[in-house]
Design a protein around this ligand. Structure first.
Ligand SMILES: Nc1ncnc2c1ncn2[C@@H]1O[C@H](COP(=O)(O)OP(=O)(O)OP(=O)(O)O)[C@@H](O)[C@H]1O
Ligand SMILES: [Mg+2]
Length: 406
């Protein structure tokens, strides 16, 4: 097996079993031998964060830091002769074969749809906070999906669609993936802006194919991201009639999805629900709106913890981070953690001494990352003031009132 491929295999195995120290060290060895010292170093420090006295990790760490600290014009030491066959035998028991057939609760992904349909392994438990959103999802979607007989008895159905809305970066896409992971359904994400051009040429057919693929892979969460791209209000006059065709085609498919498609669950997401054609929100279509808000204090702590997981960290004062990140979205927090990690890493490479991510790195990350959702709330406030006559945005209105009085 080529070295690249072997490294990729073992990387995948490490991702599947992040706590198996020997496997991670093996990967670090391979990376170092390949001259990829910085990556090797990261794995060494992960091992050391779990087992500070690990000899192999310490020796390898020294080798990597020495190589990285060496002046760049100096030639890297010649790679050590490596016995690939022996290495493969050594890991044969731990790495999984390149192609596997996994039994899932539902039907497998149809052959033709491998490039578009996914099997997410995230669950609702991986989504921090959002207790209220999860409750609503349970009531509207997950409960009926899990108990179709009971739902039928109550004349309730999981069919029809949900529309997740809220400020950017607060986990709408993440949540939709988690819903499908939660019930073992396949996940078919469609970014409306990406395919809009295609659709404008041949929209009914393209949309029909998308729904057909979802039906073939049922149970399937069909996820339409950026629903507002279909907003007729924002479109210029010149393409509004073409957009109308797309919207109509989508309406037709949604209607047929609610009448004769068992197991296709449509979830839409948008930052600007007020731009969406109201016809798309009529009963049986995307008729349930769920507001996904900024993470509260508890959720922020959890998001930071999740994003620093598997990285060497020390003495992070979560309470202080949480207190200083009111108004930050999940994506903003992810950015803070990424910046902090890069700083610690750069420092380690510069000094030749690995040091974990610590509070000053987080402080620097915070200084570089401004909360991004402010402008969204400015727009939302206007909409609530002038456009909530039918109560569509009651959750959002409640949230805005609560924030104002805190
Ligand atoms: N509640 C959360 N728990 C864990 N991670 C989160 C959470 N919310 C956001 N994140 C992190 O922020 C990233 C961005 O979230 P996501 O892409 O789902 O936001 P979004 O609401 O779909 O944003 P956009 O409106 O810009 O599409 C996620 O990949 C995840 O890493
Ligand atoms: Mg998104």
């Amino acid at each position: 097996m080529a070295q690249e491929a072997l490294i990729r295999e073992i990387e995948a195995a490490v991702n599947r079993a992040p706590d198996v120290v020997e496997l991670r060290l093996h990967l670090a060895e391979l990376l170092a031998t390949d001259g990829r010292y910085a990556e090797a170093l990261t794995h060494c420090s992960t091992v050391l964060s779990q087992d500070a006295a690990n000899r192999t990790a310490l020796v390898l760490l020294q080798r990597c830091t020495a190589a990285l600290a060496a002046p760049t014009d100096e030639k890297a030491p010649p790679p050590v002769e490596f016995d690939w066959r022996a290495a493969e035998e050594q890991v044969a028991e731990i790495i999984e074969p390149e192609f596997i057939e996994v039994e899932h609760a539902g039907a497998g992904i149809s052959d033709a749809d491998y490039d578009v349909v996914q099997r997410p392994d995230v669950r609702l438990a991986d989504v921090a906070g959002m207790a209220d959103v999860k409750r609503q999802l349970d009531l509207a979607l997950l409960g009926p999906m899990r108990n179709p007989e009971v739902a039928r008895a109550f004349n309730l159905s999981a069919r029809g669609g949900l529309l997740l809305y809220g400020p950017p970066g607060c986990g709408k896409t993440f949540l939709a993936r988690a819903v499908s992971g939660e019930i073992g359904a396949s996940f078919y994400p469609v970014a409306i802006s990406d395919v809009l051009d295609l659709w404008l040429g041949n929209s009914e057919r393209a949309l029909h194919n998308i729904f057909e693929a979802a039906r073939r892979n049922a149970p399937c969460v069909l996820f339409f991201d950026e629903m507002d791209a279909l907003g007729l209000r924002r479109s210029s006059l010149s393409n509004s009639s073409a957009l109308r065709v797309v919207v109509n085609a989508l309406l037709a498919e949604l209607d047929s999805a609610t009448s004769d498609n068992e197991g296709v669950y449509v979830i839409g997401a948008t930052n600007m629900p007020w731009d969406i054609d109201p016809a798309l929100r009529r009963p049986g279509r995307l008729d349930r709106m769920i507001f996904v808000s900024l993470p509260d204090a508890e959720a922020r702590a959890e998001i930071v913890r999740l994003h620093l997981r598997d990285r060497p960290v020390t003495a992070i004062d979560l309470g202080s981070v949480v207190a200083r990140t009111e108004g930050y979205s999940g994506a903003d927090l992810a950015q803070v953690c990424a910046t902090a990690t890069q700083l610690a890493m750069a420092d380690s490479v510069r000094t030749g001494q690995v040091r974990p991510v610590s509070m000053p790195d987080i402080d620097a990350g915070l200084a570089q990352t401004r909360p991004s959702a402010g402008p969204w709330f400015d727009v939302a406030r206007n909409v609530i003031e002038f456009g909530n006559s039918d109560g569509s945005y009651d959750d959002l209105a409640k949230y805005l009132r609560r924030k104002k009085f805190r």
